[in-house]
Design a protein around this ligand. Structure first.
Ligand code: ATP
Length: 874
């Protein structure tokens, strides 16, 4: 052995006891060191030593349990250790069972330390030669023994003799070794290296080296280590090599068989496909279970798609059949064909149109909204008379929560059609409408085609929700894509990019909804008939609540009218003090909250059978109860209030406060009008009508007008108009600024503010309000606290008509205002307003600012004629 012959190992060696494997001469091993004894050896011998000698250690395989490897030396163990034990003496080795007597002297090539997960060293050690322990010199802190080198120098020098004796054995060994290496893959670097070693290493070294490389157990390695005689070593290693060779032969045989099987499977598949003759009933039946492509083909043939689409599908399925399944395009084409098959090319529902039934259904589903229902019925009537109406697309425009979507759903119900809602809010990519081309990764059809696939018929009602909120981006303009969809002249040939064949949309009934028409692109608006859906009056809301919202919420929460009673006066309270909206969505949510609270009570069974006299709670009782502000206990902490189980839980003012918290909106109008320079205007927003406070103040300055509150250009111009008109009429109305001058801007700055500064405001209708506000400021008089107004002004002081009167009036009514000043030419719009609202309000129609000011101030706004100052010259 080269290494053994070159180095004479020291006669005293520190011993490293390893559990991890058996190091044989000529091989290298990585060993983790973490026991205190071995750690000590590394620290004081390997890390501190400077000479080559100090890096040589004795490695002794330890077969005892590593957990029990403590400071005590384990017992010695060796099959052939009996003689050695005699020599060493039992006094030093008290128990001779687990520790080998023969070890390998090794060179520590590398030491790496680490603290994670616990302090340890990793040693790279190379075996040099065998040694035998003669005597244990010391045990602590690490064992040191006197040793005898076993692989002696002379053994290798006397090569001729040894070769003669071992010639046959070593030849046999070498043959097996070469056979083994040749069975391995020579392209693997380790195998190539092994081949080189076989040629270059002395034969005597080969048993050790090969044993450490081939698959052998630790026990077998231990036996080789103990085999001191070379002959014995060769004899022991040959069976190991033979075993390895046999194992490899077996492995190669099974691999080959598997490959053959795979080849056969692949070969069978195409044969089956080719042998298939489409159209024969037997084949189709047989293949249905196995080959879904055939099924797909069958579906294509039986589907009633138009000729053009069928052609495309047949072409695609032909391509699909030729494609290997692993190709990415395979899945794409298959998905495409599956969609084509699923689309309702010719499938439709039968319209059951009965106008009388439709009217009843619409009335049942929705309270009020007469104008909308009338127009919808007209539309349906025309459809009944003339089938395939290429009529306009209806577009319901109104504030949120006024039932636009739910009317759309009712229309579908009356027609007996499928309903599908397409939310367009925020859509800013035209492929959302029209789909992606199939060449794109992750391409999909657009929402229209997807919707048709979902409903499964070609004549559904499609509700295009929120068309006013369509976006625009680099990916194109979805509104432009909608143009084709909504145009009755074009949509029979709508081509989705994904399908790439035309789909007839002419049977689809499109209904659009929007909050405002202002943001709908003109071309799109032009294709639609806009039907305004204004907000509701308080009375309408109460009716809607009791006819629709409350029963719906009770059902959703598993409650019955016998368990909960919500009097109308409570509903009114919720409407005025807990919500401020044109629609009823937030009202609906409040009822949801009430139902949840009651559901808890009912589920807890907290009712008490008390106060049976309250069984018949009338509306009157409740009104009195609220009026008195009677201090009844709340439902949450006083089960006393709860009625007996068969009686409903009454939701009164106190219960309301318990469930919904303190009122969110109080009547603040009068509080804000307690000083000059404030007036209430009426504004229209996409969310319905709103009351708007206008505030003005004056200060020393240079005649500047400051406007705040995010005003648009038109509104700013209105403010300038108002100032100019007031300046020119200052003397007439005796208006002076703080310094008493009729020139209102003389040394004075004016600041006009429109609160809710974060909301953008525009439009001319605030003109009259600005004039009134400034008139109040310069006259020092308070505007009436119950008056609100709207109207455009001119420089000559005329009041011009404005839009959104109904919503504005409803907002004023909601806010509890009593007098409303509107332009005279808007008088006709008052007819739209419910009688009960009109009766509550005092309308003043004004054609000029004079009339506005007279109506806005208590006792009128007097005009100074100047007659009293006129002296007679006669
Ligand atoms: N006149 C009405 N009669 C009965 N229920 C109504 C009426 N108006 C609205 N509702 C109910 O109010 C709820 C909200 O209505 P819907 O969702 O249709 O509002 P919308 O006008 O479409 O609002 P958005 O513009 O936010 O989509 C629905 O549950 C609906 O049933």
């Amino acid at each position: 052995m080269a290494s053994g012959s070159a180095i004479q190992i020291p006669s005293r060696l520190p011993l490293l006891l390893t559990h991890e494997g058996v190091l044989l001469p000529g091989s290298t091993m990585r060993s983790s060191v973490d026991s205190p004894r071995n750690m000590q050896l590394v620290r004081s011998r390997l890390l501190k030593g400077t000479s080559l000698k100090s890096t040589i250690i004795g490695v002794i395989p330890n077969t005892s349990d590593p957990a029990s490897d403590c400071d005590e030396l384990p017992a010695l163990h060796s099959p052939g250790a009996a003689a050695a034990l005699e020599a060493v003496g039992r006094a030093v080795w008290p128990e001779a069972e687990t520790l080998a007597l023969i070890g390998t002297a090794a060179l520590a090539v590398q030491v790496v330390g680490s603290n994670w997960p616990k302090p340890h060293y990793t040693l790279l050690i190379t075996g040099l030669c065998r040694f035998q322990i003669l005597q244990l010199l010391k045990e602590k802190p690490y064992p040191v023994a006197e040793v005898e080198q076993l692989d002696r120098l002379e053994q290798f020098t006397n090569q001729t003799k040894s070769e003669e004796e071992l010639g046959e054995l070593s030849e046999q060994f070498y043959k097996y070794a070469v056979q083994l290496v040749e069975m391995l893959d020579m392209s693997v670097p380790a195998v190539a290296k092994l081949r080189r070693l076989l040629d270059n290493l002395p034969r005597e070294a080969l048993p050790d080296v090969l044993t450490s490389i081939i698959r052998t157990s630790n026990q077998e390695k231990l036996q080789i280590l103990d085999a001191v005689s070379l002959e014995e070593r060769f004899k022991m290693t040959i069976p190991l090599l033979v075993r390895q060779i046999e194992g490899l032969k077996l492995l190669q045989k099974t691999r080959k068989r598997k490959q053959d099987d795979d080849k056969r499977v692949i070969a069978i598949r195409p044969i089956r496909r080719i042998s298939h003759v489409p159209g024969t009933a037997e084949d189709e039946e047989e293949d249905e279970d196995h080959d879904d492509i055939v099924m797909l083909e069958k579906k294509i043939k039986t589907s009633s798609m138009p000729e053009q689409a069928l052609k495309v599908c047949v072409k695609e399925i032909k391509r699909l059949k030729k494609m290997p399944q692993s190709m990415p395009e395979y899945a794409l084409t298959r998905n495409y064909l599956e969609l084509m098959v699923e689309l309702p090319w010719n499938k439709s529902t039968k319209d059951r149109l009965d106008i009388r039934a439709a009217r009843i259904l619409l009335d049942n589903d929705h309270y009020a909204m007469e104008k909308l229902k009338k127009r919808v019925l007209e539309y349906l009537a025309v459809r009944q008379l003339k089938n395939n109406l290429k009529g306009p697309i209806l577009c319901f425009v109104g504030p949120p929560g006024v039932g636009k979507t739910s009317v759309g759903r009712s229309v579908a119900k009356t027609l007996g059609r499928e309903f599908h809602r397409i939310a367009l809010g925020g859509v800013c990519d035209q492929s959302d409408i029209r789909g992606h081309r199939r060449t794109y990764v992750g391409s999909m059809p657009g929402r229209i085609i997807n919707g048709l696939k979902t409903v499964g018929v070609n004549n559904p009602v499609f509700l295009l929700d929120e068309v006013d909120k369509l976006g625009k981006s680099l990916q194109g303009d979805p509104a432009a894509a909608l143009l084709e969809v909504l145009d009755p002249e074009q949509n029979h040939g709508f081509t989705d990019h994904y399908l790439n064949v035309a789909f007839d949309l002419s049977q689809v009934l499109f209904i659009a909804t929007a909050n405002t028409t202002a943001t709908i692109p003109p071309a799109l608006l032009d294709r639609m008939e806009v039907i305004q859906v204004p907000g509701y009056t308080q009375e309408e809301k109460i009716e809607i609540a009791h006819r629709h919202l409350i029963p719906k919420q009770l059902e959703q929460h598993g409650l019955t009218p016998q368990q909960i009673q919500i009097p109308q006066v409570t509903t009114l309270d919720i409407i005025t003090r807990y919500t401020r909206e044109a629609g009823v969505r937030s009202l609906d949510r409040k009822f949801g909250a009430i139902c949840r609270a009651v559901a808890v009570k009912v589920a807890e069974g907290h009712h008490k059978e008390t106060k049976p006299d309250r069984a018949e709670v009338t509306e009157e009782d409740c009104r009195e109860h609220i009026a008195e502000g009677a201090k009844t206990e709340s439902i949450s902490d006083a089960p006393d209030l709860a009625l007996p189980p068969e009686m409903p839980i009454l939701i009164d003012f106190h219960a309301l406060k318990d469930i919904l918290g303190p009122p969110m909106y109080e009547m603040e109008v009068s509080e804000r009008l307690n000083q000059p320079g404030v007036a209430i205007g009426l504004a229209w927003t996409p969310l319905g009508g709103e009351i708007m406070f206008v505030e003005a103040s004056q200060m020393d300055g240079e005649g500047q007008l400051t406007l705040t509150g995010q005003l648009g250009d038109v509104m700013k111009e209105s403010a300038h108009l108002a100032i100019s008109w007031l300046r020119s009429n200052a003397k007439k109305y005796q208006l002076t600024n703080a310094s008493g001058s009729f020139d209102l801007l003389d040394n004075t700055d004016i600041h006009l503010h429109f609160p809710a500064g974060a909301v953008t405001k525009d439009g001319p209708s605030a003109g009259v309000t600005i004039v009134t506000c400034l008139a109040s400021l310069f006259s020092g008089r308070l505007v009436r606290s119950d008056v609100a107004m709207t109207g455009e002004i001119t420089l000559r002081g005329l009041v011009l008509p404005v839009g959104g009167i109904k919503d504005k009036v409803l907002a004023a009514h909601r806010a509890g205002l009593k007098r409303i000043i509107i332009p005279q030419r808007n008088e006709k719009d008052l007819e739209e307003i419910a009688m009960n609202v009109r009766q509550d309000l005092n309308f003043v129609t004004a054609s000029c600012l004079d009339e506005v000011l007279n109506a806005a101030f208590d006792g009128g706004f007097s005009i100074k004629t100047g007659l009293e100052h006129l002296n007679s010259k006669l």
